[in-house]
Design a protein around this ligand. Sequence first.
Ligand code: BDP
Length: 594
Amino acid sequence: MSLKGLLFPQQNHHRNLIDTSGIWEFQADPNEVGELEQWFLSLPSPRFIPVPGTWNDLFDDLKNYLGLAWYRKSLVMPASWRGQRVFLRVGSANYEAKIWVNGTFLSSHHGGHLPFVTDITDALVWDKPNVIAISVENKPLPERVPSGPTPTGGLFGGPFTGYPATTYDFFPYAGLQRAVLLYSVPETQIEDLTVMTTIDGEDGLLEVRVKTSGKSAYGGKIQLENLVTDFELINGEATAKMRVPKARLWSPEDPHLYALTVTLEDAGNVIDSYTLNVGIRTIEVRGDQILLNNSPIYLTGFGRHEDFPISGRSTNLSVIVRDLELMRWMGANSFRATHYPHSEETAQLADKLGILIIAEIPAVSFNFADSDELIEARFAQCQVQLEELIQRDKNHPSVIVWNIANEPMVGNPLTGGGSEHGTQMGLKVFEALYKQAKSHDPSRPVTLVGVMNGPRAWLDVTDFISINRYNGWYAQVGQLDVGILELEKEIDEIYATYKKPILFTEFGADTIAGMHNQPSEMWTEEYQVEFLREYLDLADKKPYVVGMQMWVFADFKTGQGIFRVNGLNHKGVFTRDRRPKMAAHFLKSRWKKN
Ligand code: BDP
């Protein structure tokens, strides 16, 4: 595994960048003959596909296809890039990808939602077009994260198995879902930067870690406005500290970003530079509260999927801008990037707008009733994805929490079951992931999102407790009042046991836009509003509740199944095409401060 190149590529005096987004050649390879027949050079009968994109909603014959497929593009490299190291950076290939350049196999990557880079310098030609080929497949295998259908079923097994079958409640879109970037950097380069911020009185304190690679170097400068600090490299690395007097702190009310420029020098000459947007802020859990810049913050918002008609899960910049705009319209200050790392552009925009993000690895519905062997294989994947996620997102002020799992379970929590062995295996896995997150990044709280009836012991592993609850929907069906009484008892008990703050990371009711009833009934807009009101009212009475993120921002695509009308989860407060349901106006009335 290489963690190189997770610093977002940028264009400047020392670095170059080409975004290859556009139409690529594409061909599905159900018989997996491509490698043998050298499809990495040319595709026998290509069709055309956008990158970024997802193939399932574009071609009728590939609607449910998750097998192998090939992408191909040819490109002439600019002569001015010669002498630099050239990298190919794939933003997201769901799930496994392999890279060829000019017929040479160069690398592969597992895991569907995090970027990976390949040094392609030595495979390039400079006098004719270069052929880039990427094969991708998203087979629903049980050892993957998230896993394909698992032997023990889980929440989405048995009668609830959809098509395509998954262990989770969203469509398993496949393909090159984010941009493929080509970039070049000097031979000796800034490979990585880590900026941690703390507050001392009115001042901001920065710790900047610089990692370089290439020939052994030198030193350089860090500049933030008129503050300049020199650093010297030892074994290619340096740590510098800076004090920003009377710092303008980053917060949702004032998402101020400082431009921090790191330059690398050789005998007085600047040989590389990188500029990072830095927000000076702290985030911590203390007692019953989450503190942002030492003041309690109450999270309001949603779980959000990357999902839109036709573009599927792939980067759609208009949708990102619109979604964050709609969140601001409603006065929401946060969302959880469910159930996988969202695009880098999303966090870049959230940094600018002051929207808080809980980032999570794709460990959704991790079932600990499965064999130890499967559990170990998934655990290994989780560790890799957690490391890549933190590496990718660690410098975003908007990212305030790492979530290590969504609704892990032992068997099917709705029908009971579960074993002590599974619970213990889960404990081992989550304690290790928690420790890993803390060792990579001690500056952010870590959480785990618990499922209804899931093992309680898992909730105690992390800094605060996150829970998904559907009383009045999946439990106490249609009886919201009864459900809320049960819920109140339950959360009081959880708090009394663990004495940790509780965040609601999901609560919601499927709602068909335009369906109404008096008195309210499930699936109607009235029921959704009442449901949300009851939950928000309950939370308001509980000082240990640190926020309410409802499920879900917008209706989203799932597989076909008996409880997903039209292959959609309808718990959105917006429809899939972002029209508000009554509940959106209701939440606005609760959250928007004028
Ligand atoms: C929870 C999951 C979420 C589902 C939601 C639901 O975390 O992914 O979409 O419930 O059923 O189980 O709507």
